[in-house]
Design a protein around this ligand. Structure first.
Ligand code: ASP
Length: 346
């Protein structure tokens, strides 16, 4: 009897120890991936000094988001923090480094989606909001709407006590030069083709891409995605791209994945890129890598659409495919995986 109870006690102790061990082994997975735009990033022009600047900013953004996730913050908080770092930097086409419109102003777009609630917020064509992603978050959490545009969105930003700036705050010399070049090329094409839309189609890809975005999975298992952009250089007529369009430039659903896109917006809208990746995962039961790769390197490429995405699934698997020369990107996961890269095969 004595022996039997000793045996039972021992078995229970071994069982308890082994289950504690497996609990400790079972790491809660959390991760974040960000991008700073895809496009014709010239390897030749990329000096070590320029590269270092981009890498440092990407590291700052991804680490800021990761640190929040590590402390238990939500994926929504993490992506906002990461995107704000890039919006505040003149290096990227969002916030301070936003490209110029044809009329030499800046019109900014942004969106965010929460994968748990499927709530979403977006703003388009705002000119005086310092952080468009923060305004998109306010639209999502503090309004009954999904998308606000132009002056109305700015009035709402004022009501929300968000930081407002003069449109010139977004000026940078580099982007101004780029606008002048784009305009020269447009005029030349216009003389030959006599059609503005056709001339615009001929504009090099470098004028049509560049954006920032982030996706994350938090310790609670919730996904979120966000994107912020200045849009396309020399855009006119109140043109809006994919970045503020839920399902095109941004999508998040705990049942599948979270996506932030960058690229030639017109294609991303028509091919519903972000939502298509998540739908393929969910309905075809395929991996996040396969779904994203098919959409970017097959569907979009065949259609003539250039760009890329950062995607994370509910297990924390990350993929960052693009069909351009490069895409500024970084990721960090609680499994120890981390990346900072610009070109292919990095
Ligand atoms: N997708 C953005 C737009 O079309 C630009 C970009 O991501 O590069 O407005």
């Amino acid at each position: 009897m004595k022996n039997t109870s000793l045996f039972t006690l021992l078995t229970a102790a071994i069982f308890a120890a082994s289950s504690m061990l497996s609990y400790a082994d079972e790491k809660v997975n959390f991760a974040i991936a960000i991008h700073g735009g895809a496009g014709a990033i010239s390897q030749k022009k990329m000096t070590p000094a320029i590269r270092e600047k981009y890498e440092n900013k990407l590291a700052e953004a991804v680490n800021k988001g990761y640190a929040l996730l590590e402390k238990g913050a939500s994926s929504e908080q993490a992506i906002i923090a990461a995107i704000k770092v890039m919006e505040d930097s003149p290096l990227f086409n969002a916030g301070r480094g936003a490209v110029y419109t044809y009329d030499e102003e800046h019109e900014l777009d942004a969106s965010i989606m929460n994968g748990k609630t499927l709530n979403a917020g977006a703003v388009s064509g705002v000119k005086t909001v310092k952080s468009p992603i923060t305004l998109a978050q306010s639209v999502m959490n503090n309004s009954v709407h999904v998308m606000l545009s132009g002056k109305g969105a700015e009035t709402f930003a004022r009501q929300e006590n968000l930081a407002l700036v003069d449109n010139q705050y977004f000026n940078t010399e580099r982007r101004y030069k780029s606008l002048q070049k784009a305009k020269e090329k447009l005029q030349k094409q216009l003389r030959e083709l006599k059609d503005y839309q056709a001339a615009h189609q001929k504009l090099d890809v470098e004028y049509k891409v560049g954006t920032v975005g982030a996706v994350a999975l938090d310790k609670q298992g919730n996904l979120a995605a966000g994107t912020s952009t200045g849009g396309m250089t020399a855009k006119r007529f109140g043109r809006i791209g994919d970045s503020p369009i839920i399902g095109a430039g941004t999508y998040a659903n705990n049942n599948s994945c979270a996506v932030s896109a960058t690229g030639h917006g017109e294609y991303f809208i028509r091919y519903h890129v972000a939502a298509d990746i998540c739908a393929r995962m969910q309905y075809q039961n395929i991996s996040v890598q396969e779904a994203a790769d098919t959409v970017i390197n097959k569907v979009l490429l065949e259609a003539g659409g250039t760009g890329g995405v950062v995607v994370i699934d509910k297990q924390g698997n990350i993929t960052m495919p693009f069909n351009t020369e490069g895409m500024y990107r970084a990721s960090r996961s609680s499994t120890g995986q981390s990346t900072i890269a610009i070109f292919k095969n990095e």
